[in-house]
Design a protein around this ligand. Sequence first.
Ligand code: AMP
Ligand code: MG
Length: 403
Amino acid sequence: MALVPLEEARDGILAAVPTLPVVDTPIADAVGLVLAVEVVTDEPVPPFANTAMDGYAVRAADTVGASDASPVRLRVVGELPAGRAPTTPVGPGEAIRIMTGAPVPDGADAIVMVERTQRDGDDGVLVEAEVTEGLHVRLPGGDLQAGQVVFAAGTVLGAAHVGVLASVGARTVPIHRRARVGVLSTGDELVEEGALTPGQIRDSNRPMLLALARAAGVEAIDLGLARDNEELIVEVLEDAFTRCDAVITSGGVSVGDYDYVKAALDRFGSLEWRQVAIKPAKPLAFGIVRGVPVFGLPGNPVSSLVSFELFARPALLSMMGYREPRRLEVVARAAHAFTRRPDGKVHLDRVEVTWDGEGYVAASTGAQESNVLSATAAANGLALLPDGDGAAEGDPIAVMLLR
Ligand code: AMP
Ligand code: MG
């Protein structure tokens, strides 16, 4: 079977997956999700002129010439804590004691910070600095003006976005729904708990893939552990297609004799069984069944993880409306030689990326066999080593960051 180039496989999947419907969601639940429309504010932020400092609201003209040596005395005609509307204006020769966030009263055009003043008797304040018009006054609309586009459609919402949305009075926002992905492990050799009998290993892929999905902001549904039994797998998938937006299976996609997953998935038709030009994670099944993208990932745990990162994660994010669903790729210096032989594949070595003050440096995290998951746990990146002889120490290499 011809090997499919990595980029072709990635692009093909992204082009094939559907976008999930738009739902109104409370802003606090929308972190990690994508705005479906642009948000325009009909309120200015801040809504009124207010003070950025604790101090005195004054007329700047009254402070001309004020200094430590010759302070200007103003008459204090009121006090304004945040949250109270002003009732008295500031007239010539007058000041109003004011707290951060309180509205600037009529007549006043500047704030003297409290540190540059001294109380003088019951009704006076000595101003020890000259202030210019507008000093420490936050103007209405200084952050956002009424009618302004706050966020464009396609914005991925973070915590600060939620704060901004709250500041303009938005309670809910239309976002693309969070994807629900079902995760199924397959294999007669796998056990979930208890003592191992000869020939058995523990199911590590399912907890890992569920965790990877959740870390990506996707809702993950545990579809359990299926025996190598075609009818059983078909039954689990039938149910999964009714309640999942995407399905991930692991195991049974290589060219062994016991490919029950393949047989089961093929009963639903339209799946492509591919060999991608990468190492690890060469085998990959992908297709859309009843509108639901299905990813048949390889069983070896490292391959499962790499395949999730390269193919499933971007697809799930794209379904949720992400316009840039891929992980960031950076250029790092090889901390040591990365040796490999030409084999027509891109090698994805697990590396730890650090910053040495001048740039990123990438070092292998250990054994690179596809069954050695422990070395992958230490990795925060996947080096993308193109076909060839590898890289020498100090060479620039591309690394996909995993977090
Ligand atoms: P398969 O693709 O089913 O032939 O599996 C390839 C290798 O991955 C075999 O060594 C399996 O035992 C192992 N494997 C498959 N599924 C899992 C899993 N869920 N957890 C850990 N290892 C697995
Ligand atoms: Mg298997």
